[in-house]
Design a protein around this ligand. Structure first.
Ligand SMILES: NC(=O)c1ccc[n+]([C@@H]2O[C@H](COP(=O)([O-])OP(=O)(O)OC[C@H]3O[C@@H](n4cnc5c(N)ncnc54)[C@H](O)[C@@H]3O)[C@@H](O)[C@H]2O)c1
Length: 592
């Protein structure tokens, strides 16, 4: 028997509850919201009014539909009013005692067939359910933020939840246009268990001043295509809520990576809770606003902090692989004379052919005109000996990821490059300082970590070692902007910003799969639909290559000695078996 859910109760209309109320009202259900005070009730109603007004402005709702929708939402302060509800979704703050108290009351207020659901992100649904006389009707219904936008839901079944309750809730979720995945009752479920370790890690990077908030956020947006940076997302989630989620995940799993970074608690105590209080990692125009305004931490406008920049007119690139070819293209298209060095004329010819093909493609797509293509090609010279780089103002090295090879190259560059030339490495995982140390000009050595494909990906991590000159970092940063890239500044430690944040998350996903908590498909769907990621972790691992991923994870583990960074045995086994991802036709998935 499928329940007919016409009246839905929502308890707590804050960040999540107001959105949840809107979602149900949009679907035609009558919604009774319950808040703590008349002021909170009025505020909640205002939030729904403003959100639906924006939907009208965007053409997603008509004025008449909005009026009807608002007519279906009532916000009251008495929990007893939920006697009429077929389903109640609890969305009060993430405190076990508070939620248990509410479930105990709901149990006696609601009819025997009503479903009692919690929107908790991390507390045990089982513990909440046993606050009622009939735990079989209690289920987790975990919406994602913002609820009206995210098309995904985790339905959490405890060991006692009745099958019919789970089925009804899944059918309901689908009726709301959301993809539902049913999971067991484990802290963080799928998405938060993977998301919050990453968010906490990003916060600790910020707390350690490894990189600025803007750079951490830009790195994940431009380097991984995420819809928001982690610190902006913390502000959206709410720092108080994020703290409670991390804290309860830590208490359940004792994973150090979930122990909330100390600064989160400090910020919450100081009232900096994120968007809802008008200030968190960023400052907003007003409480509840999504508009970021400048504050003391806002960096000076680009260029203003430049100081003495070194002139860069001619660029040298060493290497003939994918990255080197892409980097040659980027500089040539931006008007720089580029000399690249490859080991042999055949490799020189191959780079020129690849470059020509790429530029031709850009012309065919209408992104470049034929004259610009010809001019770019005219600026490129191939050579087979590094002495061709004697006059370059900047040399970017993109040879094989092997420290001995790179060190030998830097020794040679030190001999032949002119004084004042900047020597950059594109290494993704080796210490830049190892390259600097073999030269007599460590001040001039810097990391320029481009992303693949270089002509498309906007991000460049500008890595300063302990020896890099400030003018060198400033020159490279300025240059990145001139070639249409988004530079972010960071120090010389394993993984820089992006890989250090990305790979532990991927590793966590593999661990979750190995523990049989969810399937690779469900995990991928959760991250894509729940968090708006362009790819799920297993799709991404198969694209990056499992061997490459394992090597990066090993580097991170040996640098930070963090137990949670230790590569999951399942990944090691797949690599040993030769299942390296798309390139071998099989990784986490099998390809034709
Ligand atoms: N913020 C997110 O991104 C997110 C996403 C998914 C799930 N969740 C979960 O949703 C729940 C709510 O989180 P939030 O971020 O919306 O919190 P919030 O602090 O923004 O809102 C909580 C609301 O509950 C109200 N409230 C408090 N006590 C109440 C009571 N006794 N009766 C009725 N209302 C009461 C408060 O006035 C407030 O409006 C938590 O369990 C959280 O883990 C949050």
């Amino acid at each position: 028997m499928t329940r007919d859910i016409r009246t839905v109760g929502v308890v707590g209309l804050g960040t999540m509850g107001a959105g949840i109320a809107e979602v149900f009202a949009r679907s035609g259900a009558a919604v009774i919201g319950v808040e703590v005070s008349p002021e909170a009730a009025a505020h909640a109603r205002g939030v729904v009014e403003a959100s639906t007004e924006r939907a009208v402005a965007r053409g997603k709702l008509t004025e008449a539909e909005r009026a009807e929708l608002l007519g279906r939402v009532e916000v009251v302060t008495e929990l007893d009013r939920l006697a009429a509800a077929d389903l109640v979704v609890e969305a009060v703050p993430e405190h076990l005692d508070l939620k248990r108290e509410i479930f105990g009351k709901l149990d006696s207020i609601c009819g025997p067939d009503a479903i009692l659901a919690t929107n908790t992100s991390s507390l045990s649904v089982t513990e909440l359910s046993v606050a009622t006389q009939n735990p079989r009707r209690v289920v987790g219904l975990h919406f994602f933020n913002p609820a009206p936008v995210q098309g995904f839901m985790e339905v959490v079944r405890t060991v006692v939840t009745e099958d019919a309750v789970v089925d009804d809730v899944v059918a309901l979720a689908e009726g709301l246009g959301k993809t539902a995945v049913v999971v067991g009752d484990k802290a963080g479920f799928i998405a938060n268990a993977l998301l919050f370790g990453y968010l906490n890690h990003a916060v600790s990077m910020y707390e350690q001043r490894y990189a600025s908030r803007e750079d951490i956020d830009a790195a994940m947006r431009f380097g991984c295509g995420l819809p928001m940076g982690p610190l902006a997302l913390m502000d959206l989630i709410g720092l108080d809520t994020a703290y409670e989620i991390l804290d309860s995940m830590y208490r359940q799993g004792r994973d150090r990576l979930h122990a909330p970074s100390p600064i989160i608690k400090q910020m919450v105590t100081a009232g900096l809770k994120g968007r809802k209080s008008g200030r968190g990692f960023y400052t907003y125009a007003e409480p509840g606003s999504s508009t970021v305004v400048a504050d003391d931490l806002t960096p000076a406008a680009a260029g203003a902090a430049g100081g003495d920049l070194r002139p860069v007119a001619s660029v040298g690139v060493v290497g003939s692989g994918t990255m080197a070819t892409g980097i040659v293209e980027v500089f040539a298209k931006s008007g720089y004379d580029v000399t690249f060095v490859a080991r042999g004329q055949d490799k020189v010819d191959r780079v020129v052919a690849a470059l020509t093909k790429s530029l031709d493609r850009a012309v065919a797509k209408g992104k470049l005109d034929a004259a610009a293509r010809d001019a770019a090609l005219g600026r490129v010279t191939g050579a087979t000996d590094v002495t061709a780089l004697a006059g370059a103002d900047l040399v970017v090295e993109a040879v094989v990821e092997d420290l001995a090879v790179k060190r030998a190259l830097f020794t040679r560059l030190d001999e032949i490059c002119k004084p004042g030339a900047i020597l950059a490495t594109t290494t993704s995982s080796l210490p830049v300082v190892e390259c600097a140390a073999v030269t007599g000009r460590a001040r001039d050595v810097v990391g320029m970590h481009f992303f693949n494909p270089a002509p498309i990906m906007k991000l460049v991590e500008v890595v300063s070692t302990v020896s890099t000159g400030a003018d060198v970092a400033a020159t490279v940063t300025d240059l990145c902007r001139r070639i249409g890239k988004h530079p972010v500044a960071c120090g010389d430690r394993a993984g820089f910003i992006v890989n250090a944040l990305l790979f532990p998350y991927l590793n966590d996903a593999v661990r979750m799969l190995a523990a049989h908590y969810a399937t690779a498909d469900d995990i991928d769907v959760a991250m894509k639909k729940g968090c708006g990621y362009p790819m799920g972790p297993f799709e991404l691992l198969d694209v990056v290559g499992l061997d490459v991923s394992l090597a990066i994870e090993r580097t991170l583990y040996s640098e930070f000695r963090e137990p949670g960074f230790a590569p999951t045995p399942l990944l090691e086994h797949l690599v040993t078996a030769g299942y390296l991802g798309r390139k071998t036709g099989r990784g986490f998935r099998t390809y034709d």
